[in-house]
Structure formats: structure tokens, C-alpha cells
Design a protein around this ligand. Structure first.
Ligand SMILES: Cc1cc2nc3c(=O)[nH]c(=O)nc-3n(C[C@H](O)[C@H](O)[C@H](O)COP(=O)(O)OP(=O)(O)OC[C@H]3O[C@@H](n4cnc5c(N)ncnc54)[C@H](O)[C@@H]3O)c2cc1C
Length: 431
């Protein structure tokens, strides 16, 4: 289980998001039609999408909305999934592939639609998103996907080394792909905006309310918390990378992998413009990919893996900063102001999971670092599942990952071997 308390660092997003009054903790016993555990994008989006069909909805979070990944992420909104095209076609055979591809585009659209619908102030910018890569493997990935998207009629540009270095102020990458559907936002402001919208829609949120135990109760479920219990007809677990032992086996369906972020002080306009002149968010295609962007106050926000052991450690982001300076020597004397981290929910085959846990009990999790759009979409899908409608994301049973307790060793091995592969991939091209 991910350590719940060690990473509530003072992030850039916490210091710049519009404040939202804390939601009070539950202190009595209540009954509701639908209880959602977890107030990140998955939980809040589920509530907002279910509110027309389900009268009485309660959301609980052990902290406050956006405390988990939804308030810590890089704020990058990519329509591009991380898997190779051929692998994705195998994972989603036949018609399912087309549905998943449409879901990717729809999930990004949904984010910007919700922002518009609920007038969420979160510095949303829809100016395209970039995937950039170096070496033979990345070239193949980018070429295949850009051809695929072009064939499906999307506005995607495959950019050679020269054009890439104009869009990203470094000559590091061989190739990149710019997708006009993508963009960026302030992730905690987006979370808080969704929470505010829930409140306006009559949805009840309890903060600082940890769901400790779930048991069967007449006509549904009883969820115990330190201050009171909640009886509900329907239940959704939206706890993703922070999933604990609340539902037997759920924490063994995903691997919580640490990702860290660091941010510079505000850069002078000409320096920010030299790094990312058009301000698109960039994610690398690599085995251990970095991701970065310039925020609205001209800070470089740079994300990469956690420690080599796969954890967060003492939030030492030296390795992120050296990687950032390696890409952009222009910022070598710039001050860094913020460090923070969180746990990304990774699934072994990189598919997001909509799980039917039992009668009228579901979970949505495992967005593999693409949860800004995909968790938002999962909320819509969970609302459909709760009201017995068909879903674009297939509903599956809970399946534990074999040998799950060894995941820390697996994560460390993947990081180290990933670094080696990335190194040799890039050298291959040079020679
Ligand atoms: C450092 C980092 C960078 C990332 N960058 C990006 C990015 O740039 N773009 C992108 O698309 N995705 C990114 N992601 C992934 C994305 O943030 C997540 O996929 C998404 O936020 C998941 O939302 P969620 O609502 O499912 O989970 P979360 O936001 O993690 O919410 C889960 C909530 O459940 C609560 N909870 C857990 N257990 C209990 C319990 N027993 N009782 C009550 N509450 C409980 C937690 O307090 C938490 O608030 C990043 C993730 C990290 C960590």
C-alpha cells in the first residue's frame, strides 16, 4: 500500500490554486443512494455525471478534493496513449480498438467541456500537446501513430528534428508529434473546480473522512468512517494510486509508481519563450519518460521518475533538475522553487480498468499517467455503469496481479533496465 502521509508536500499547485474552503468531516450516520470513495477526478467526475440519474450522492475523501494525484500531476492533457499501436490493437481486438481510440479523443474533449460547462478557472490552455522521442524505437512509435491519426482525420503533425527543436528549445530529440487536441491546465484548480461544481449540483462532499471498512447492509452497503457510517445503495471506489485494503484485493490490481515534479521560479519571458515558445506540454516517448511544460507564470514544471528504488524518498529531485538542465542548459543558473510527488496507478498491460466489484459496486482506476483526461472519462463511464447503460471502457472483474507484493523490486528493475535501454536506443541512432 502506498504511504498515505509522506507526500503532501507544498507543491506549486497548492501555492497557486484558488483556495476552496475545506469540506467538513462526517460526524453522524447517513444514508445515500450513491457513495463515492475518493475525491479526485474519477470520483468527482462520476458524481457530476451521475447527478441527473441518481438523486442523492455523497463523496468522501480521507483528505480534501485533489489531495491525491489529481492535485499533484503535471497538468498535461494528452490524447495520445503510451502503448505502441500494434500492442493496443492486440489489447483491444476488433471493434473495441475503434471504441478505445474514440474514447481517447473524447476524454480530452470531456475535460475541456466540463471546464466550460462549470466555468472552472484552472488556466486551461488548448494549444496542442507534444510527444517527443530520441532513437529508433521512438521514431517508429511516433511515425506509426502520426500516420494512424492522420488516416483517421485528426490534426496531427509529425515534426522532424529541426522543427522539433524550434518547438522545444533543445536539439535532443530526433522527432516529435504535435496533437492539436491536447493542452494543459492547473491540476489542483481543476480538482477544486469539479468539487465546487459538485457542491453546486447538490452533491455532498465530506473531507478528512477515511472510509475504513465496507460491509453488506440491507439493500446495499455500509461504509464505516471514524466519525460515522454511510449506508448506500450503490458504491464506487475511486482511490487509484492511493488504494488501500478497503476492498479485498483491489490494491493488488495496480502498481503505485512514484513520479516526482520540480518547478523553477518564474523565468524571464524571453527564456521561457526559448524553451517552449508555443507553451505546449511535452511528454517524452521513452522507457523512463520525462514530461514538462511552462505554466502560466512562466515556471518550467518538470516531471520524471521517483527514486531508483521506485519510491519518493525524501523528495530529493536532484536527478530531475540535472535532466532538465541537460535538455535546457539555458536554465543552469535558474533557481528551483518547488518539489513534490505522487503515486501514479499503473496497470500491467497499460489498460485503464473499470471493475465490477459486486452488485452495484464498481471501481475505476489505472490510468498509467494519462489520468487528467482518462480519469475524467472514467467518471462518465462509471456513471453509465451505475445506471446499467453500456460503457465504452469494458467492464471487467477484479483480477489481482500475480506476485503483487514483489512490485517494489519489479519497479526498481524496470527503472534501471529502462535507463539502460533508453541510453542504448539513443546511441544506436548516432552510430
Ligand atoms: C506526479 C504525477 C504526475 C502526473 N502527471 C500527469 C499528467 O501530466 N497528465 C495526466 O493525464 N496524468 C498525470 N498523472 C496521473 C493523474 O494525475 C491521475 O491518473 C489522476 O489524477 C487519477 O485521478 P483519481 O481521481 O483516479 O485518483 P486520485 O486523484 O489519486 O484520487 C484518489 C483519492 O482517493 C482518496 N482515498 C484513498 N483511499 C481512501 C479511503 N480509504 N477513504 C477515503 N478516501 C480515500 C485519496 O485521498 C485521493 O484523494 C500524474 C500523476 C502523478 C502522481
Amino acid at each position: 500500500m502506498a504511504d498515505q502521509n509522506s507526500q503532501s508536500a507544498d507543491s506549486l499547485w497548492r501555492s497557486t490554486a484558488k483556495p476552496l474552503k475545506d469540506f467538513a468531516a462526517l460526524s453522524v450516520d447517513v444514508e445515500t443512494d450513491l457513495l463515492i470513495v475518493g475525491a479526485g477526478y474519477t470520483g468527482l467526475s462520476t458524481a457530476l455525471h451521475a447527478v441527473d440519474a441518481i438523486k442523492d450522492i455523497v463523496v468522501v475523501d480521507q483528505a480534501q478534493p485533489g489531495w491525491g494525484c489529481s492535485g499533484r500531476n503535471g497538468g498535461q492533457v494528452h490524447p495520445q496513449w503510451k502503448s505502441d499501436l500494434a500492442i493496443l490493437e492486440t489489447l483491444y481486438p476488433g471493434k473495441q480498438f475503434k471504441i478505445f481510440i474514440e474514447t481517447l479523443g473524447a476524454s480530452v474533449q470531456l475535460v475541456f467541456d466540463l471546464i466550460e460547462k462549470y466555468q472552472i478557472q484552472c488556466h486551461a490552455l488548448r494549444n496542442g500537446s507534444i510527444i517527443a522521442g530520441k532513437g529508433k524505437r521512438a521514431i517508429r512509435y511516433l511515425t506509426e501513430w502520426s500516420q494512424f491519426w492522420t488516416d483517421t482525420g485528426e490534426n496531427i503533425r509529425l515534426l522532424d528534428k529541426k522543427v522539433t527543436s524550434k518547438l522545444i528549445g533543445t536539439s535532443h530529440y530526433d522527432l516529435s508529434m504535435c496533437d492539436q487536441r491536447g493542452g494543459s491546465l492547473q491540476p489542483l484548480s481543476y480538482s477544486r473546480g469539479l468539487a465546487r461544481a459538485c457542491k453546486e449540483q447538490g452533491i455532498t462532499i465530506f473531507g478528512n473522512t477515511r472510509a475504513c471498512k465496507i460491509s453488506r447492509s440491507e439493500g446495499g452497503w455500509k461504509v464505516s468512517t471514524p466519525g460515522g457510517s454511510i449506508r448506500c445503495k450503490r458504491l464506487v471506489l475511486a482511490t487509484n494510486g492511493y488504494t488501500d485494503d478497503l476492498w479485498p484485493g483491489l490494491s493488488r490490481t495496480i502498481i503505485p509508481v512514484a513520479s516526482m515534479l520540480t518547478a523553477t521560479c518564474s523565468l524571464p519571458e524571453d527564456l521561457a519563450g526559448a524553451l517552449l515558445p508555443q507553451r505546449q506540454p511535452v511528454a517524452e516517448y521513452a522507457r523512463v519518460p520525462a514530461y514538462y511544460r511552462i505554466d502560466e507564470s512562466n515556471r518550467l514544471v518538470f516531471g520524471w521518475r521517483g527514486t531508483l528504488s521506485g519510491g519518493i524518498g525524501s523528495l530529493d529531485t536532484t536527478h530531475l533538475r540535472s535532466k532538465a538542465v541537460g535538455l535546457f542548459p539555458q536554465i543552469s543558473s535558474t533557481d528551483w522553487e518547488f518539489d513534490w510527488a505522487g503515486y501514479v496507478g499503473i496497470t500491467p498491460d497499460q489498460r485503464p480498468m473499470l471493475l465490477k466489484l459486486s452488485d452495484h459496486a464498481y471501481a475505476g482506476l489505472g490510468y498509467n499517467g494519462r489520468g487528467v483526461p482518462m480519469a475524467t472519462m472514467m467518471g462518465q463511464q462509471l456513471a453509465l455503469a451505475l445506471t446499467d447503460q453500456s460503457t465504452a471502457i469494458p467492464i471487467g472483474p477484479l483480477r489481482s496481479i500475480p506476485l503483487h507484493s514483489f512490485y517494489p523490486v519489479g519497479v526498481s528493475t524496470r527503472i534501471i533496465s529502462g535507463h539502460l535501454h533508453d541510453f542504448f536506443d539513443s546511441r544506436y541512432e548516432k552510430n
